[in-house]
Design a protein. Structure first.
Length: 417
C-alpha cells in the first residue's frame, strides 16, 4: 500500500474535504490484496482472477454443424440437386466413411462434419424421398459449418488477471476443461461498535440505552461485497478495552471499521487510542449525512475507517468511502457508484455547503424516465429513512432547495444493501 497522504487538499473551506477528494485520498492509499488461492471452478463465481487463464484447446475442437440437416460437397451441386444419404453424423457419433460424388450425410447440430463435406443445408430446405434428398435451395459454400477455434484458439488468453468471474466465464473455463482457478483471497473486514449506551439484542435496555443497530447494517452491506467478515461486538468506553480491541482487530483483519465515538474533536477513548496507536486522520467532509470520518492505518498494513455513530451516517459513509476502498482491496476495477438522472416529484430542502445524500424512492415510468420522491424526515438518526428508500438523491455541494419537477441525480441501492 502507498504511504497515506496525511494532509489532503482542501477546497471547500478550512479543514473540509469534498466527497470526491476524500474518495480519491482513500483509493490512492489502497492496493489490491496480493495473495492467491486455488479454488474449484464453481466456487469462483464473483471472485477475481489472480492470474490470466490461457486456452489449452481449440473450441470447438472439430468442424461441426450449426444446424440439423445434410452435409455435402458444394462443388457437387454443379451437376446434382439430389443427393444420396450415405450415413449419419450425430453429436458424439461421427460418420467415419467417405462420400462419393452426389452423396451426403444426415447431420445433427454439433456433429462432426465429415472430411469430404464442406457445406450443410438445413433440413427445412430439402425434400426427402427414401434415402434421396433434393435441395430446394442451394446454400452458399461453407454454410452452417463451424470451424475449430472459432470460439477460442489454444494459446489465446481466455480471461485476463483481474477479471471478476461471472456465469459466462465459468462456462468458458469449463469449455476448456479447467476445473480450478487462481483467485485473489478475500479481504478480511473486522468491525465493532463503541459506546456504553449500546446493548446487544437480548440484553435489557436501561434508561438512555439503545440497541446496537450499526453492526447489523454493516454486516448486511459487507455481506454484499464477498469478503470475510469478523464481528467484534460492542466495545465499552474504557481505555484498555478500546486499545485491546484495536490491537486484536488489526492483527486479524485487512480493514477495521468502527462506528461512533470518533467524531472530530471528540475527547473520547477511540480518538485518543487512534492518535496513539495508528496513523489515522480525522477528516471533516462536506457531506450530509456523515461529516466526520476517521481514515488511516492501525499498523503498516491494516486500514481503518472510523465511521460516525448515527445509524444513517454509518450507512452513507460506509457506501461512499469504505465500500470503494474494500472493492479496490478485493481487486475490483470499478468502485464508483453509478448515478442516473431523475425527475424529482417532491420538493427537497437543502442548504448549500455540503453534498447531500438524501433518501428517496425511485421508479422508472413507462416512457423510461426515472422519477424520485423523498422518504420524508432526513435526520441521520432516522434509520427508517434508509429502510424505506431504494436510492440516494445526490444533491451537489452548492445546490440549495429543489423544486418539484427539477432534475436530480440518484444512486439506486440495488446491489448495495
Ligand atoms: P457517537 O458518534 O458515538 O457520538 O454517536 C452518535 C449517535 O449515534 C448517538 O446517538 C449514539 O447513541 C448513536 N449510535 C452510535 N453507535 C450506534 C450503534 N452501534 N447503533 C445505534 N446507534 C448508535
Ligand atoms: Mg458514542
Amino acid at each position: 500500500m502507498h504511504a497515506l497522504n496525511t494532509h489532503p487538499p482542501t477546497k471547500t473551506g478550512p479543514h473540509m474535504l469534498s466527497v470526491e477528494e476524500a474518495q480519491a485520498c482513500i483509493l490512492q492509499a489502497i492496493s489490491p490484496v496480493s495473495t492467491h488461492e486455488r479454488i474449484s471452478l464453481r466456487q469462483g463465481l464473483g471472485r477475481i482472477l489472480a492470474t490470466p487463464v490461457m486456452a489449452r484447446l481449440d473450441v470447438p475442437s472439430h468442424r461441426n454443424s450449426a444446424m440439423d440437416g445434410y452435409a455435402f460437397r458444394h462443388i457437387d451441386t454443379d451437376i446434382h440437386k439430389a443427393f444420396h444419404v450415405a450415413g449419419v453424423s450425430m453429436a458424439g457419433h461421427p460418420f467415419y466413411g467417405t462420400l462419393d460424388i452426389g452423396q451426403c450425410v444426415r447431420i445433427m447440430t454439433g456433429a462432426v462434419v465429415p472430411a469430404d463435406a464442406d457445406t450443410v443445408v438445413m433440413q427445412e430446405h430439402v425434400s426427402q424421398e427414401g434415402d434421396i434428398i433434393t435441395l430446394q435451395w442451394i446454400p452458399p459454400p461453407g454454410a452452417n459449418v463451424r470451424h475449430p477455434g472459432e470460439d477460442l484458439c489454444a494459446g489465446d488468453v481466455v480471461l485476463p488477471a483481474g477479471r471478476k468471474l461471472n456465469a459466462a466465464d465459468l462456462g468458458l473455463l469449463a469449455s476448456q476443461g479447467i476445473s480450478e482457478v487462481d483467485v485473489l483471497r478475500h479481504p478480511r473486514i473486522a468491525f465493532f461498535s463503541t459506546g456504553d449506551e449500546l446493548k446487544g439484542i437480548g440484553e435489557s435496555l436501561q434508561p438512555g440505552d439503545v440497541y446496537d443497530s450499526n453492526r447489523y447494517t454493516l454486516f448486511g452491506m459487507l455481506g454484499k461485497l464477498d469478503v470475510d467478515i469478523l464481528d467484534l461486538g460492542v466495545i465499552p468506553d474504557r481505555q484498555e478495552a478500546v486499545e485491546q480491541a484495536f490491537v486484536q482487530a488489526s492483527q486479524l483483519a485487512d480493514v477495521v471499521i468502527t462506528s461512533g465515538g470518533a467524531s472530530v474533536g471528540d475527547a473520547d477513548y477511540v480518538t485518543d487510542t487512534l492518535r496513539k496507536t495508528g496513523t489515522v486522520d480525522f477528516w471533516k467532509i462536506a457531506v450530509k449525512p456523515g461529516k466526520p470520518l476517521a481514515f488511516g492505518k492501525l499498523n503498516d498494513r491494516c486500514l481503518f475507517f472510523g465511521l460516525p455513530g448515527n445509524p444513517v451516517s454509518v450507512m452513507a459513509t460506509f457506501l461512499l468511502f469504505a465500500r470503494p476502498a474494500i472493492l479496490k482491496l478485493r481487486g475490483d476495477g470499478v468502485t464508483k457508484l453509478p448515478e442516473y438522472r431523475a425527475m424529482c416529484d417532491t420538493p427537497l430542502q437543502k442548504a448549500p455547503g455540503r453534498k447531500d445524500y438524501q433518501r428517496g424512492v425511485c421508479h422508472l415510468d413507462e416512457e423510461g424516465q426515472w422519477h424520485v420522491r423523498s422518504t420524508g424526515m432526513q435526520g441521520s438518526h432516522i434509520l427508517r429513512s434508509m429502510s424505506a428508500a431504494n436510492c440516494f438523491i445526490v444533491l451537489p455541494l452548492l445546490a440549495g432547495d429543489v423544486k418539484a419537477g427539477e432534475a436530480v441525480n440518484i444512486i439506486p441501492f440495488h446491489e448495495l444493501l
